[in-house]
Design a protein around this ligand. Structure first.
Ligand code: 5AD
Ligand code: SF4
Length: 477
């Protein structure tokens, strides 16, 4: 048994980060355990988790399992969890309640839990205490060990907990089953060393570790060969890419430049921290038309006092300066953001400053959250006197303002031609196709299904807050 430990997870030592290429091993005794069996995988949380799930699916399919989307019919159920806010926790525990019931009816099914919640000491203690019916738990650092963990469970027939809390290595060559045929997630780095005071991620995902440039470039080349048109470079703080290399002068701007030379149609990246967004990056993005003009640039708050307490290392003024630099260099760029309201003891004046920066930036859209204390983080120790009702009211006020600007930015596209990668049919209306613009706006399109998998010019004919509607211009596909 390996249990996570918050003190260990917080450590940042000078230990060398190893790139391990041969860690994924399938024990011969379980080579085919999934043949004629079905698995269900539920993913909560961010794109990093979504991509981890693609690796887990790749592993399970190598063992012979087939994916299904109804958990009640599955032989194996895995929940890939998120720890970022309390409500993510609640959803997982709610689902576990239903699975406990199912397991009573079908004792032979296997149920496992992984992801960020598994890296939390308190969660694992609770599982060991109250969820002995679960079959296995593994963490974010050892996804490649899933076959061994399954074997251990089958041998011992008891709850297996294997969650190392080390700073983490880089594991290459883990199988992957991608969810999408045209656009792919590509990890460029793991972990985070920023330690924003509200955030659990540096504890659940370890030290910042950048993948070697050649591994990333080879992955993109391989995707191009397989017909992929779009890659999204993933990391908790992609702009800090390469800062952990020793003896190699290579950063996010260099990586973007090198990837943009490849024949890939669309390059995106997520998520940026304003602190590390350099002039060189802006220049590379400006000069390479296959790097998409969309930037997710979380501001989190508009008050310098709150930003300081959050440990964000920039001010409202320096964020605005960066924002304007990007807009000047790349005029049509869309900028989206994340905002937290109700950080401990945020005053009405602090909150007004958040509204003020939203009024200045007029974001294309934003994810907004009420602050949720995470055990073990710096901010969780602050005694907070603001009432939750007040926080909810602030969130509502903020959302109304955000929605106003989202609609305004969408309206600017009315009657314009925009390039869209057509991804498939709309889930809501079979007659419509859906895709994203270069600026990452969702469009519903009237057009023939032969356009799926192509980048086409679409004329925007109607706009709403949450999506656009458009038509394919004759002969321009
Ligand atoms: N409470 C509320 N929101 C949070 N986020 C991260 N940690 C917390 C927390 N403890 C938000 C931030 C981040 C996004 C992914 O989630 O806005 O950018
Ligand atoms: Fe969390 Fe801050 Fe790291 Fe983002 S940069 S993952 S908010 S600690």
């Amino acid at each position: 048994m390996r249990k996570p430990n918050m003190m260990e997870a917080k450590k940042r030592t000078r230990a060398e980060i190893k790139v391990i290429r041969d860690a994924y091993i399938v024990p011969s005794s379980i080579n085919n355990i999934g043949i004629d069996k079905k698995y269900f995988l539920r993913t909560y949380g961010c794109q990093m988790n979504v991509h981890d799930s693609e690796n887990i699916k790749g592993e399970l399919e190598e063992l012979g399992y087939t994916e299904i989307d109804n958990y009640e019919d599955a032989d194996l159920i895995i929940i890939n969890t998120c720890a970022i806010r309390e409500n993510a926790h609640n959803k997982v525990f709610g689902f576990l309640g239903r699975l406990k019931h199912l397991k009573k009816q079908k004792p032979n099914i296997l149920v496992g839990l992984c992801g960020c919640m598994a890296q939390e000491e308190a969660v694992v203690n609770e599982i060991i205490d109250k969820y002995q019916w679960l079959d296995f738990v593994f963490g974010t650092h050892n996804i490649h060990e899933l076959p061994q963990i399954l074997k251990q469970h089958l041998d011992l027939k008891q709850l297996i907990v294997e969650v190392p809390s080390n700073e983490g290595n880089i594991y290459e060559n883990i199988p992957v089953k991608r969810d999408h045929p045209f656009k792919a997630w590509v990890n460029i780095m793991y972990g985070c060393d920023k330690f924003c005071t509200y955030c659990i991620v540096p504890y659940t995902r370890g030290k910042q570790r950048s993948r070697r440039p050649e591994d990333i470039i080879n992955e993109v080349k391989d995707l191009i060969k397989k017909g992929y048109l779009e890659v999204t470079l993933l990391g908790q703080n992609v702009n800090a890419y390469g800062k952990d290399f020793t003896g190699l002068d290579y950063n996010m701007a260099t990586l973007l430049k090198d990837i943009s030379k490849l024949p890939i149609k669309r390059i995106r990246f997520l998520t940026s921290h304003p602190w590390d967004f350099t002039k060189e990056m802006i220049l590379v993005i400006k000069n390479n038309s296959n790097i998409m003009p969309h930037f997710h640039l979380p501001i989190q708050a508009g008050s310098n006092k709150v930003l300081k307490l959050m440990g964000r290392r920039y001010t409202k003024e320096s964020y605005l300066e960066l924002y304007q630099k990007i807009k000047q260099a790349i005029p049509g760029a869309s900028i989206t953001t994340d905002i937290i309201v109700g950080f401990p003891n945020e005053t009405e004046v602090d909150f007004k400053e958040t509204l003020d920066i939203v009024n200045k930036c007029k974001f294309d859209s934003a994810f907004t959250f009420i602050y949720s204390p995470r055990e073990g983080t710096g901010a969780a120790r602050i005694v907070d006197i603001v009432d939750i009702k007040e926080k909810e009211a602030r969130l509502q006020t903020l959302n109304q303002l955000i929605n106003k600007y989202t609609l305004e930015s969408n309206q600017k596209l009315m009657n314009k031609m925009v390039p869209v990668l057509i991804e498939g049919k709309s889930a809501r209306n079979e007659a419509l196709l859906v895709g994203y613009t270069d600026t990452f706006k969702l469009v519903n399109i009237k057009g023939d299904s032969s356009l799926i998998g192509k980048i086409v010019d679409v004329k925007i004919t109607e706009v709403k807050t949450w999506c656009l509607y458009g038509e394919v211009n004759n002969g321009k596909n």
